[in-house]
Structure formats: structure tokens, C-alpha cells
Design a protein around this ligand. Sequence first.
Ligand SMILES: O=c1ccn([C@@H]2O[C@H](COP(=O)(O)OP(=O)(O)O[C@H]3O[C@@H](CO)[C@H](O)[C@H]3O)[C@@H](O)[C@H]2O)c(=O)[nH]1
Ligand SMILES: [Mn+2]
Length: 330
Amino acid sequence: MWRPFFQPYHLIIVQDGDPSKTIKVPDGFDYELYNRNDINRILGPKASCISFKDSACRCFGYMVSKKKYIFTIDDDCFVAKDPSGKEINALEQHIKNLLSPSTPFFFNTLYDPYQEGADFVRGYPFSLREGVPTAVSHGLWLNIPDYDAPTQLVKPLERNTRYVDAIMTVPKGTLFPMCGMNLAFNRELIGPAMYFGLMGDGQPIGRYDDMWAGWCTKVICDHLGLGVKTGLPYIWHSKASNPFVNLKKEYKGIYWQEELIPFFQSVALPKDCATVQKCYLELSKQVKAKLGKVDDYFNKLADAMVTWIEAWDELNPSSASAEVANGPKK
Ligand SMILES: O=c1ccn([C@@H]2O[C@H](COP(=O)(O)OP(=O)(O)O[C@H]3O[C@@H](CO)[C@H](O)[C@H]3O)[C@@H](O)[C@H]2O)c(=O)[nH]1
Ligand SMILES: [Mn+2]
């Protein structure tokens, strides 16, 4: 189903779980396949920052990629159709989102002003109409919505049938629950912040991989004057994961997040943090200082954030000091 849309691109497949299992990739695709043995061989001791038996492992693919734009998708997501019945080219829409500016400083009520058939509405300051570079494009899902376990348990039959033709910039200073199911980003602008954390096997939490990455990414985008968009494109999410298994994975996250959100809302990054790596290392210091008392897990996570950046810079030496064109916002 994805062949017409994926074939022109380079695929990086991160195989979780038992590395002795062979994944059959259909012919005709240009791809790299990494299993746990490959991750351990490439990163050595630093492989400790890449999760096992959780979707968080996907961020290894972001680190080894040599491409400017990344699209990440779950293995139970398929091509969706728009209300006219036309197949949605998710990659095309994500690229349009990433190539057009974002408007984090002032909300445009007619949604994305750069979209065909839309514009800035009356009263929108002309000094802000240039917008800022877009770092993240967050797509949505028809059919099975991305609900947490309690919501899934209460509403097992709920399906998302609403196709909303809108793309919005998440305003500066506002966090959002970033879902990794249908997500694209500019690797050169924000790649080092897309660490999906310590989740799954041997960890007290799972299914907060994309959430952690999204909160870190958003505070860094706000600091560096970069934009995050959400809305189109849609994919078709085909299956619901087991809510009881999910509850076991995410329950600590459900109460920890009541402390995590105020922490991220209060994060202030120093002006001299002009690269994503510097912002991320500063963030890891604040995680250790302020969240270490919530649970020792956050001390380990803070250390893993440092390991992630060390591994990223080792595999991507040229990006190690790349200052973001926009730089910190006043
Ligand atoms: O041990 C694992 C479990 C899963 N994966 C891969 O992760 C994604 C999501 O898995 P799944 O579709 O089963 O679960 P969802 O509830 O639909 O996923 C939501 O949670 C987020 C992950 O935390 C995800 O982005 C949301 O959509 C699949 O690709 C599995 O293959 C894994 O690699 N290892
Ligand atoms: Mn799924």
C-alpha cells in the first residue's frame, strides 16, 4: 500500500526485539535494516541509551540517517483516504508542512496561512507574517485514535472518523502530546532533540517515548525560534494495542506527567544555548536537578540524554556545533 509513496525514499528499518528473527523487506526499496546486534555493534556502550522492546528504539534510525528530513511511522499505519476518497500522500503533505513557515508567536484563526486558499486574517501583524522555520510536522490518524490505556478501556469502540482539513502551529509556550505514529521533522534543525528516552525492557515506563521527545523538542523549538505544526496529513491506524498491556507500561507516566508538565512549562534555557545539542545537554542537567527527586529513573534518563548526544555527535561530527540560523529568541 505504501510502495507508491515510500519507494522514492530511503528507508531505515529499526527491528526491535529478538535480533535472530529475520524481517522480510519487499523488493524494490532502498533501505537499511538495524536490529539490536547492529545497534550494540555501532554504538558499543552508548547503546545503553537506545531502548529495547519499546517503540522508543526507532530514534536510533534518526541518529544513523544522513538525510535532512525524517518521516517516522508505526508498522500498523496505512494509507488513509480523504473525504473525496483520494489516497493521502502523507509524505507530500509533511514535506509541504516542513518547507513552509510556522507562526508560533501569533495565532492565525484561519489555520495555516501558507496553505493554498488561505492567508493571514485581518489584524494579523505584518511584522510577524514571515513566520519561522518549521522543525516538526505532526500528523494525525483515522480509525484507531492514539488514546492512553484508561481512555481506551472506557471507550474501546471509539473510532476517529473526523477528517479535519486543518494545519495549525502549536503556539510558543504551549506543550503538546507528540505522537510518533505519523511524524516528520527537519533533522538538521531539531534532530538531536528527538531522543525517545529510556523505555520498555528494564525500565519502569513505556509508551511515553514520543511524549518525552515531544516535550523536549517543543521547549527547544520555542527557545531557538523554530515551529511545530499539527494536523494534516492523516494516516489510517489499523489496530488498537492491548489496553491492559498498555496500562502496565504507561501507568507511572500517567501520574509522573502531572509533575513533568509543570517542569517543562517552567524550563528556561540560557541565551548562549544556540545549538540543539547545547540546549539538550542543559535540559538534561535540569531534568537531573528537578526531576531526580520525583524518581531515580529521571537521574538515569538525564544521563541517557547525555549519552544520546555523545552518540549523536560521534555519528554526526559535522552537526556537533551547527548553530541554528534563527538562534535563541529574545
Ligand atoms: O515492544 C515494542 C512495542 C511496539 N513497538 C512498535 O511501536 C509502534 C507502536 O506500537 P503499537 O502500534 O502496538 O501501539 P500503539 O498504542 O498503537 O502506539 C502508540 O504508542 C506510541 C508508541 O509508544 C506510538 O507512536 C503510538 O501510535 C509500532 O510500530 C510497533 O511495532 C516496538 O517497536 N516494540
Ligand atoms: Mn498502533
